[in-house]
Design a binder for this molecule. Structure first.
Ligand SMILES: [Zn+2]
Length: 252
């Protein structure tokens, strides 16, 4: 099985890495959120599955031209950046894995990773538009891999502090134990979960900082199970994504 989502532009990085077979499919599937910490798309030697961004948003890409693997590309205000770099059926590479540590990227039947073009250090609330973008991506992932849906109700507590001082480093109180990373969190052994890079053991980054996973998952659930006409809302969502894609193609 190979899984490339049609609403996302397929961008294979120059490293040509597009995913590996999960090495520990006996562990529960999980989703890991990152922020790029730089306001552009990258040539990641070790790519995540997806990159998301929102042009002109104060927490994401500035308007104008920006770097792209195939050259500079014009972007317009309000444009959503939705890229896929790795096969969703395989694992990707954005976590640190130190030699001697248990597996990070390749742990779980799925370890879906996304880089959001933003910065962990921004102290303000993320905009509603950024939440909407990431929540719609999350809904797309759960639609593509329905076994991940329970992750929308299983995530670590919102960190009491999210500052570089309190959250950066290998030994912060927010990181899971290796046993939790292997078996599951919140005492739910074998249950799918979603977390941010700041909660992954054996890693020192503290992204996604202020992003509130509870708010994100409740928005994703509202997309997946809208009240009223489910069919109509789903069609409208698809149309909105396709419209964004057409604009993106026109802007080239
Ligand atoms: Zn990260």
């Amino acid at each position: 099985m190979s899984l490339w989502l049609p609403e996302y532009e397929k961008v294979v990085m120059p490293s040509k890495r597009t995913g590996d077979t999960p090495r520990h499919p006996e562990s529960p599937p999980r989703i890991v959120l990152h922020t790029t910490e730089g306001l552009r798309t990258f040539d990641y030697p070790w790519p995540p599955h997806f990159t998301l961004g929102l042009v002109g948003d104060k927490h994401s890409l500035p308007a104008g031209t920006y770097w792209w693997p195939d050259g500079n590309r014009k972007v317009y205000n309000g444009q959503e950046i939705r890229l896929q770099h790795c096969d969703l059926a395989l694992t990707s590479y954005a976590l640190l894995h130190r030699s001697g540590d248990p597996d990070t990227n390749h742990r779980g039947s799925h370890c879906v990773q996304v880089e959001i073009i933003s910065k962990a250090a921004w102290p303000d609330e993320w905009s509603d538009q950024m939440y909407a973008l990431v929540a719609s991506w999350l809904a797309d992932i759960v639609e593509a891999l329905p076994e991940l849906e329970p992750a929308l109700d299983n995530y670590p507590a919102y960190p009491a502090e999210w500052s570089e001082k309190g959250s950066w480093g290998f030994d912060t109180p927010y990181r899971m134990t290796w046993t939790e990373w292997r078996d599951g969190i919140n005492g739910r052994i074998g249950a799918p979960f979603i977390c941010a890079h700041l909660q992954v053991p054996g890693n020192d980054h503290w992204d996604t900082g202020a992003l509130n996973i509870e708010r994100l998952t409740s928005m994703a659930k509202a997309i997946l199970h809208p009240t009223g006409s489910t069919f109509e809302q789903r069609v409208l969502r698809r149309l909105r994504i396709l419209e964004a894609k057409v604009k993106q193609l026109e802007a080239r």
